[in-house]
Design a protein around this ligand. Structure first.
Ligand SMILES: [Fe+2]
Length: 387
């Protein structure tokens, strides 16, 4: 950013960190004097020992808790509506989300409807609501979206076949986030890799964003160090609690930053790759990452040199341009080590849709954040190179 540009940094979430920090859920329940609670839970965790331990605490702390598990990946507005009905009928005054980004995003949307009324569609965009949502405690069970601290939630409008982004930097992050590695022990290996790479891309794209500022830079560089240092051992063994904690912290740090800086062409392209070919958000990002990273390098090679360093490359004393290219090598080897296909075609993407997706990317206007101006021709080239 230039020194004459105004910028801002804010994170309102209180964060508990560490093995066993799930027990801190009781502090918030007591502080808010909660008698009726709604628990939004990833169904895969219903029978887990992690949830059983939390449920034992809830039995002691609250009069009534309602469990809601009917949440799909890329959750729809219909799911939000159903969950909201359950919330209303239960009389819940506080929400507890235990799950990945989808679960936390539905909880955020329910909280907004509970205090602002209407439909979730009414709040698509930036700061479209003004009443604080129901208090939310979020316990992420994947390290990826950073939704527990970010100011956005993403809900799919199935009628219009698009994802609505509901953003409010001060009112949409959870009130309390609990980053407990015990929550990550049952994550499948491919989900660990794909969601972990999503977190990496958040930190990377936020760091090189046009809207980056000194606060987001400091946060993102450390997020890059934590994630690139721990994503391999974490993916290999989700019971590696040290690597898990690094991933949770890296993902949350990036979540604090990218809401303020915006993201770039990786997320722009992945948005359409994911929705056209039903690929997960993390995998769609990972497929586009090496190609976009190479395209964006000329816009800010100084920052790429710092990315290389954060990723553990020995670049001291190297000319900036060579150090910057080390970041590209490091990113490529990260994707290879995590079994990401090197071509879009290997993941099921069809060539006849590439130009159509390129046009949608131009319309999405990520040039607001992406460091290198990107034209329709550039997006076409990027898609065809990645194919
Ligand atoms: Fe993402």
């Amino acid at each position: 950013m230039s020194p004459t540009e105004l910028s801002h940094f804010f994170c309102p979430t209180s964060i508990h960190i560490g093995v066993g920090s799930y027990r801190k859920v009781t502090d918030s329940l007591r502080r808010w004097k909660v008698s009726h609670l709604m628990v939004l839970l990833d169904a895969a965790l219903l029978k887990s020992s992690f949830y059983a331990d939390i449920e034992n605490l809830l039995k002691e702390e609250v009069e009534h808790y309602e469990i809601y598990t009917d949440i799909e990946p890329d959750p729809s507005a219909h799911t939000v509506e159903k969950a909201y009905q359950v919330c209303r009928d239960s009389g819940a005054t506080v929400l507890l989300a235990i799950g990945g980004g989808s679960t936390i995003d539905v909880a955020k949307a329910v909280g907004i409807l509970a205090t602002n009324g209407g439909k979730i569609h009414d709040y698509e965009g930036i700061e479209k609501f003004s009443t604080p949502p129901l208090p939310l405690i979020a316990i992420p069970t994947t390290a990826g979206t950073g939704s527990e601290v970010s100011g956005s939630c993403v809900i799919t409008d199935t009628e219009r076949n698009l994802k609505m982004s509901i953003r409010h930097a001060s009112l949409n992050p959870a009130d309390v986030a609990i980053l407990d590695p015990l929550a990550l022990r049952t994550v499948p290996q491919h989900v660990a890799a794909h969601s972990g790479l999503d977190a990496f891309v958040h930190a990377f794209e936020s760091y090189i964003s046009r809207q980056a500022n000194p606060f987001t830079d400091a946060i993102n560089l450390h997020a890059l160090t934590l994630i690139s240092g721990s994503i391999r051992p974490f993916t290999a063994n989700r019971n590696n609690l040290t690597a898990s904690l690094d991933m949770l912290c890296g993902s949350a740090l990036a979540g604090m930053a990218f809401g303020q800086t915006g993201l770039g062409n990786v997320h722009c392209m992945a948005r359409f790759v994911g929705s056209y070919f039903h690929l997960s958000h993390g995998l769609s990002n990972a497929l586009c990452l090496p190609h976009v990273a190479a395209f964006n390098l000329p816009a800010n090679s100084a920052k790429y040199a710092k990315v290389a360093q954060a990723m553990g490359e020995h670049v001291q004393g190297m000319p900036e341009r060579l150090a910057a290219h080390k970041a590209l090598e490091s990113i490529r080897s990260l994707c290879t080590d995590l079994d990401i296909p090197s071509r879009l075609r290997e993941a099921g993407v069809q060539e006849d849709k590439l130009d159509e997706m390129a046009e949608l990317c131009v319309r999405a206007n990520y040039n607001r954040w992406n460091p290198r101006d990107t034209s329709l021709h550039d997006f076409q080239r990027l898609f065809h190179e990645a194919f």
